[in-house]
Design a protein around this ligand. Structure first.
Ligand SMILES: Cc1ncc(COP(=O)(O)O)c(C=O)c1O
Length: 360
């Protein structure tokens, strides 16, 4: 039986990447060392690190005036580092509140300065993206932060806010590398690695260089982007093995048509799954507004919640793993990141249809 893993993160990785890592685990390319055993200052690891950055720059078309940082601390630490580094003496920043992850970013930012919540979507249980013309923006904001894909709610922006001179900051933890993107529209993009990049433990930050180097006095060295930018993310020991794995994922993406091809595949997978939900005559339901449905995280409920545990049990028996919804919303959630093949979504859809027939 083929196993398909629908975890929201840490999540499925490309099988080819895992097999390559396995082949190289104890002896990386004849060096006699595992990547885990290499000095981060040695030529072997330095090469792996530089290649990972170069491949990411190529994949995303990252302009030369942006720094690519491989940090630690997860997206959660960025919730603090962003206000600390980007407020730059200004009184407040704009935040868009579209769900659980936005809320966490807002809560943390309040510890550093003023937060102007420009809009929220609580009126409809966080199930949609509020139209741009309803946002109450502050023209003097230090930056505007938003969450292009709410991993828990399954709400995704299919457009980029135009904020003019106010730098745009995006938490792309759960949709980075899944769709084409014009990086030059952003001041800063960040993402925890454990969904579309690689294993947990690496946090990617892509930041425009004019935004770096204006932290308040007393800022801890490790929380200043400048420290990492000036030292190629090697001020301290970087998460070397995670960066190596991310590098393998970037090479896998390049071999498979890059982000444009991923986007097409992701559209096909999402269409297949939402199509099945919508064609189930109400047996399954997705609470998210049609135009704002995430291509990465598909939450859905069963008409009869009493069937939830039976659904999960039978799904497991069919090799369809980790479909339980987030504890805060219940129901199911299928995360279908880049590494999830169409065949996995087809297997899920086939199972859902059989389950509905048996229990409808
Ligand atoms: C959109 C988003 N932001 C932030 C996080 C938190 O990331 P981390 O656990 O890496 O801090 C997650 C998921 O885990 C997420 O999906």
């Amino acid at each position: 039986m083929t196993i398909y893993n629908f975890s929201a993160g840490p999540a499925v990785l490309p099988k080819d990447v895992l097999l390559q890592a396995q082949a190289e685990l104890a002896d990386w390319q004849g060096s006699g060392m595992s990547v885990m055993e290499m000095s981060h200052r040695g030529k072997e690891y330095m090469g792996i690190h530089a290649q990972a950055e170069a491949d990411l720059r190529e994949l995303m078309g990252i302009p030369a005036n942006y720094k690519v940082l491989f940090l630690q601390g997860g997206a959660h630490l960025q919730f603090s580092m962003i206000p600390l580094n980007l407020l730059r003496g200004k009184a407040s920043a704009d935040y868009v509140n579209t769900g659980e992850w936005s809320k966490k970013a807002i809560g943390e930012a309040k510890k550093f300065g003023g937060v102007n919540v420009v809009v929220d979507n609580k009126d409809k249980n966080c199930s949609y993206v509020p139209a741009f013309d309803t946002w109450q923006r502050d023209p003097n904001a230090a930056y505007l932060h938003y969450t292009p894909n709410e991993t828990i709610g399954g709400v995704e922006f299919n457009w980029i806010p135009e904020t003019g001179d106010v730098p745009l900051v995006a938490d792309m933890s759960s949709n980075i590398l899944s769709r084409m993107l014009d990086v030059s529209k952003f001041g800063l993009i960040y993402a925890g690695a454990q969904k579309n990049i690689g294993p947990a433990g690496v946090t990617l930050v892509i930041v425009r260089d004019d935004l770096i180097g204006q932290v308040p006095t007393g800022t801890p060295t490790m929380l200043d982007y400048k420290t990492h930018a000036d030292n190629e993310s090697m001020y301290n020991t970087p998460p070397t093995y995670g960066i190596y794995m991310a590098g393998l994922v970037f090479q896998w993406l390049k071999k498979n048509g890059g982000i444009a091809a991923m986007e097409q595949a992701n559209i096909a997978k999402a269409d297949l799954l939402y199509g099945a939900i919508d064609a189930s005559n109400g047996f399954y339901n997705c609470p998210v507004n049609l135009a704002d449905r995430s291509r990465m995280n598909v939450p859905f409920t069963l008409k009869d919640a009493a069937l939830d545990s039976e659904f999960l049990k039978q799904a497991d028996q069919h090799g369809l793993l980790q479909l339980k919804g987030h504890r805060s919303v219940g129901g199911m959630r299928a995360s279908i990141y880049n590494a999830m093949p169409l065949a996995g979504v087809q297997a899920l859809v086939d199972f859902m249809s059989q389950f509905a027939k048996r229990h409808g």
